[in-house]
Design a protein around this ligand. Sequence first.
Ligand code: ATP
Ligand code: MG
Length: 308
Amino acid sequence: MIETKNLTKKYGNLTAVDDLNLTVKDGDIFGFIGPNGAGKTTTMRILVTLLEPTRGQASVNGLDVRRHGKKVRRLVGYMPDFMGVYDDLKVFEYLEFFAAAFGIERRKRKSIVEGVLELTDLQSKQSAAVDSLSRGMQQRLGLARVLIHDPKVLILDEPASGLDPRARIEIRELLRELKRMGKTIMISSHILSELEEICDHVGIIEHGHMVFSGTLEEILPRLGIQSKVRVKVADSQDKAVELLTALPQISQVRISGDYIAVTLHEGQNGDGIIARTLVNADLDIISIQPEKLKLDDAFLQLTKGIVH
Ligand SMILES: Nc1ncnc2c1ncn2[C@@H]1O[C@H](COP(=O)(O)OP(=O)(O)OP(=O)(O)O)[C@@H](O)[C@H]1O
Ligand SMILES: [Mg+2]
């Protein structure tokens, strides 16, 4: 649905986006992750036709952003990183204004505005001044605005920045709902843990380059992060520790309360081998539970320059 090929953007001598290749599949939520200045906003602005690339291609639904700007703008909803200031404008006036700007007929505007207010749970605030809304509500209003022309693709630049944990969960729920509605969503962030739970794929960008893209499960082993597994057995815990310690795939085995904490060597994915070993020795397994690896860990590894 979204694709870039060797996309490059230079500002004078500075290369903000550098031969960037990315693909977002139809119906996916794609997390676009990178530190400050990595080139996320620049990439997104090219995709929504606000900036011209210096070189390379970008397309949405097969439409080149340069040649089919108008069609691309119909297809995408873009939420910028900053909202701007709207003085005394009320929430519904703000949305009606954008409905008009999108060319939606006057008689249809009211019901469309009501629909997006409901979806973003802002009905109770429809007569409040935009500037009086809390940050979380403003972010939801930003999403409501993006949804007015019912775009297939949403490009959201840090929609969860500056939100408290509860507001972040609300945005996450809303994004899940939008995915269920069939939208393709590209969302940027440098707060990684907030994307971990909702993204189908992530792309990690650094200095304008895509250093990784794929599913979390694909990325983490390649980053050389060690997987950890919690193993519980009914009895003979000592025997289990002995067997697991002997496995070449495993770097550390430690008893921690009622479970055994197993650390695997880099790149190893161990629940299979652990299960086979214990079953072969006739031990009673209660559970084998991989510890969820955090995207934050992956990111730290990246910014330490560990990635090759
Ligand atoms: N209009 C501009 N003129 C000159 N340089 C720019 C311009 N816009 C962005 N840059 C530079 O391009 C690089 C990429 O910026 P960009 O805003 O795309 O990064 P980002 O990943 O969105 O960062 P952040 O996480 O801080 O939002 C930065 O070095 C930035 O200073
Ligand atoms: Mg940015």
